[in-house]
Write a protein that binds this ligand. Sequence first.
Ligand SMILES: Cc1cc2nc3c(=O)[nH]c(=O)nc-3n(C[C@H](O)[C@H](O)[C@H](O)COP(=O)(O)O)c2cc1C
Length: 142
Amino acid sequence: MASLHHLIYQSTAAIDLSGMDLGRMLSQSRTRNTAADITGMLLYDGVRFLQVLEGPVEAVSTTFARICSDCRHTQVQMLANGPVAQRQFGQWAMGLANYVSSPEVGFVDPHPILLTLTDASLCMLLHDFQQYTGAGRVQHPF
Ligand SMILES: Cc1cc2nc3c(=O)[nH]c(=O)nc-3n(C[C@H](O)[C@H](O)[C@H](O)COP(=O)(O)O)c2cc1C
């Protein structure tokens, strides 16, 4: 069985994406992700994206390579990339949370200090995201 990987990155939107644009992108992504056995979630605050991709290592790499060359966003910064024991978003072909930045949950400052971000703080960030979406603020929960 292929080993399970996760990859987390953040990026900056290069264009003003409408809700409809986002919905279309999500729908295509979910179809492709389902076919590639990829799950995860995408956060968008109107300026930045943060995405978790999880699945077989090859599928994650191929998908991420495609995403990187997408001109709808820029400044793609990888936050984590490695094996995981289990999926965190196993039910989501790509969940979307659309939220306004708040003190409780913030994007990581796109700064070189990012490179020193520990797995523990990333886990905390993801946990916060899950809590946040669990609080009913998700726009497209599945
Ligand atoms: C922020 C962001 C997240 C994306 N997430 C995914 C994804 O999870 N899966 C996917 O297949 N495509 C995703 N895409 C779309 C891909 O970048 C790409 O446009 C799509 O896979 C079609 O690729 P193709 O034109 O080479 O066939 C995402 C794009 C952006 C901007």
